[in-house]
Design a protein. Structure first.
Length: 84
């Protein structure tokens, strides 16, 4: 919905201001600004754990892709080197 209405000039901009996800983002920003230092520290720890988890997941995906590429190249090399 956001993509379709957002692609219409001017109407899309007005729609984006009142779209529900934007209202949620503003509420999250207000809560973050008004947070006490203890809550802020706790949020930072959770944020770093989330980012660390993403990095680990991306490294696992990268390793899997590299292993798949290696396996493909090895199979092609065996197929080329095999006598017919």
């Amino acid at each position: 919905i956001d993509w379709i209405i957002g692609s219409v000039p001017l109407l899309g901009d007005v729609f984006d201001v009142y779209w529900k996800s934007n209202q949620r983002n503003v509420a999250l920003l207000r809560r973050h600004v008004m947070a006490a230092p203890v809550e802020e520290r706790r949020a930072r720890t959770g944020d770093w754990l989330f980012v660390g988890g993403l990095i680990v997941a991306l490294l696992v995906i990268l390793t899997g892709c590299l292993a798949a590429v290696y396996a493909i190249f090895a199979a092609v090399a065996r197929a080329i080197a095999a006598p017919h």
